[in-house]
Each structure stands twice: as C-alpha cells, then as structure tokens.
Unconditional design. Structure first.
Length: 413
C-alpha cells in the first residue's frame, strides 16, 4: 500500500463520530394535524389519553357466559345479543348466555366467550360442546395500550406504522420538530442547468438534483440556490445569504485541491472546517464545518462521490439535527461475490452491487460494472453497496464480502 497517499486520511467512522458529536437537534417545534404529519419527528412523548381497547370486548363471534354457569352439556337459554356498537342492555338472568359478535362490549358479569364453532343451538338453549377456559376470547380494556402509557417517545419518526396507532388514541394534533431548512448549491463554471443546451466543455448539474431528491425524501425544506460561479466573491455572497436562512448548507464541488476550488478557502474565512479528507472511495474530498449560525457540508464534485458522501455522512447528520433519535446506520450483511472486484488497499471502497438470493437461499452479489466516480448509472442498476475494508485488496469470485442494502434514499421502488 502506498501510505504516502493514505496516511493522512480519516476513516468514515472517525468522520461520522466527529460530525455527530458537534451537532445538536433543533429545539423549535410546531403543532400539526395528524393527517399532515407523515415523515415528521415527534418533539414530545406521545401519551395515551385512553385505554386501548377502551372496554373489554369479544375476540370472536360466539356466546358470552359466566363460567360458573357451565354444567356439562346442560344448555343455557339465550338472554339477548351484544353487537359491535350496540351493547347488550337490560337484566341478565343467571344460567343464561348472550349472543355476542366480534368487537362487541362484553356484558357486565361475563368472564368467558365461547366461539360459535364450539356450540350447538337447540330448542332448550345453547349447548357448549367443548370445555372452556375462564377468560378466553376476551380482549381486556387497556390490553393493547393502557391509559397514560408512553406510546411513542420523543424523537420518533412518524410513518404508516405509527400514525394509525396515534389515530387509535383519538389524538388529532401532535407536536413535532420543525422541518430542517437546507440550502443547496453547486459550484463550477462547467455546470449547466438541466433542460438548457450544453455549451462546449459543459456538463449537466446532476449532483444538486440528486441531493434535492434525497433531501425531499428526508422531509427537509429545501432552499435551492442553483449554480454558483467559480469565484470567491460569488461564493462568499452565497454563504452570507444562506447564513440567514438555513440550518444546514450543502454544496457540491469545490472541496478538492484544484485551482478554482474556493469553497474551503471561503469557509476558512467565514467559519471553520472540521475535516475534509476521508479514507473512502469514492468520496475522498468532503468538507464539514460551520458558519456563524449554519452547519456546512461540502460534497465532492463527482456524481457518485457526492451521493455516497451524502448517504453515509449527511443522512445521519440530518437525522441528528432533526431530532430523530432512532436512526440507525444501514445494516451490513455478508454475501458471496460472483464477480472479481478491483480494489487497492488504503481506503474503504463502496462499490455498487446487485444482490440476490440463489437456489440454496444464500446471498450472492455481483458488481454493476465499471465503478468510476462518474458512472451514476451504477445506482440505477444496483441495489446495494459492496463494502470492501480499507486494507483489503483485489477480491476474487467466491470470496465473502460485506454488503449494505440501499435504503429508501436509493432503493429502486
């Protein structure tokens, strides 16, 4: 390994630790309607104001009885009915039963429900064909959620699994952390807006478009500044503008060592940089720092590098700033690689791969092809990262590698 090119780099894990230990969640909150809260983060514990279910009810269609009234095959006359939304009313004579439907309130005094499949209706009453256990087929009040229980802690993300649960409590409005305001821009005179004709030497600005899409999936409010010219004056003005508007600024390009890469220079003047050389591939140049009131992330200019560094570093940063306490890094699994993989020791390599399950039920993964940092089609073709350790070299077919399945930011759905 050529240590002269890698010894000054920091690992992804070190970078993430540095980043996350410096930032704190937003403290501003707002109250929103439950129907408009998908994707939001709870600012306070969600506490149940009621028991769920609110009353004891039947888990089966059948007959409610007092268990003590059972006497072998002696029939119990029918005393009435209990339906969902229409409870049994009136006196309930001893040694009788009540027809009950699923979800109906259990009549006072009943301690057992016998499913109708275990009964026979005769002229003398209902005969119960099988022994019954006291308490069977009854859902007790508060069995799912007792009153005053913490249903969801502060810092929970609200989605399909959580919102119906809150709705079952009758809660119509909830307090959430306000949305993170994120300003984005690209730097580079070679960049052209999507939809405009390319001039000589120009390429389309796909990085900012990709970043915006991921930010929208993370439920951020996006402030799009477009393309900023390769000029210290223009960059300084852009930073001064977003300083007043955004919680986080994300730029693309201008964080390497080229003659026209001014982002680091300007940030050194207006704020401070924490780190910007990472031991990962792609994505070596990455800037993290802060202006007076605004955090900053500078992504590399190459498209794959920009998306990878956003995915691995900016995604958890946004989770922390948004107060999402349950965020977890993507799970890594082991798979057998079916194609050789080029790798030089020195940096952790995140190659794009296609994982599948073979006939033996084992995970197999193959490369998407050329892994250049400009080959953005690898994300469209792939469904995972093949994570090759920093000191690992070339990988032959048949070896075991770590994979990281794409989450909702990159998943083909």
């Amino acid at each position: 390994m050529d240590h002269c090119h890698t010894s000054g780099l920091i690992s992804l894990e070190q970078a993430l630790e540095k980043l996350l230990t410096q930032v704190a969640p937003l403290t501003d909150t707002e109250t929103v309607n439950l129907t408009q809260s998908s994707g939001r983060i709870t600012a306070a514990d969600i506490i149940s104001p009621i028991n769920v279910p609110p009353f004891a009810n039947s888990a089966m269609d059948g007959y409610a009885i007092r268990h003590a009234d059972l006497n072998g095959n002696t029939p119990l006359p029918l005393a009435g009915k209990a339906l969902a939304g229409a409870p049994f009313q009136g006196e309930w004579p001893a040694t009788t039963c009540i027809r009950i439907m699923t979800g109906a309130p259990v009549p006072a005094g009943a301690d057992t429900v016998i499913m109708q499949e275990h009964t026979e209706v005769t002229d003398d009453g209902v005969v119960f064909s099988q022994p019954a256990k006291r308490g069977q087929n009854i859902r007790l009040a508060g069995e799912d959620i007792p009153k005053d229980a913490v249903v969801l802690p502060a810092g929970s993300k609200l989605s399909t699994a959580q919102l119906p649960l809150i709705a079952s409590l009758g809660i119509a409005e909830i307090e959430v952390v306000r949305k993170l305001k994120v300003a984005i821009f690209s730097t580079g005179d070679e960049l052209q807006a999507i939809g405009q004709p390319l001039k000589e030497g120009q390429i389309y600005d796909t990085n900012r478009f990709a970043v915006r899409l991921m930010l929208e999936k993370l439920d951020c409010d996006v402030i799009d500044l477009g393309v900023i010219a390769d000029s210290p004056k223009a960059l300084r003005h852009a930073f001064e503008v977003v300083e007043q508007k955004a919680d986080l600024v994300i730029s693309s390009g201008g964080v390497s060592v080229g003659e026209a890469d001014y982002t680091k220079q300007i940030l050194d003047e207006l704020g401070e940089i924490s780190f910007w050389k990472l031991a990962i591939k792609p994505g070596k140049p990455f800037a993290f720092g802060k202006l007076k009131n605004t955090w900053f992330c500078g992504l590399p200019g190459n498209p794959v590098s920009a998306v990878l560094t956003f995915y691995q570093l900016v995604q958890p940063l946004i989770a922390r700033l948004s107060g999402f306490t349950a965020w977890q890094p993507p799970m890594r699994l082991h798979a057998k690689v079916t194609t050789p993989l080029k790798k030089t020791p020195g940096r952790t390599d995140f190659q794009r791969g296609i994982v599948s399950v073979n006939e033996q039920g084992e995970l197999e993964v193959r490369t998407t092809g050329h892994q250049g940092s400009h080959i953005f089609s690898s994300f469209s073709l792939g469904n995972c990262f093949i994570v090759l350790e920093r000191e690992r070299g070339r990988v032959e077919a048949g070896e075991i590698v770590k994979i990281e399945l794409f989450n909702h930011l990159l998943k083909n759905e």
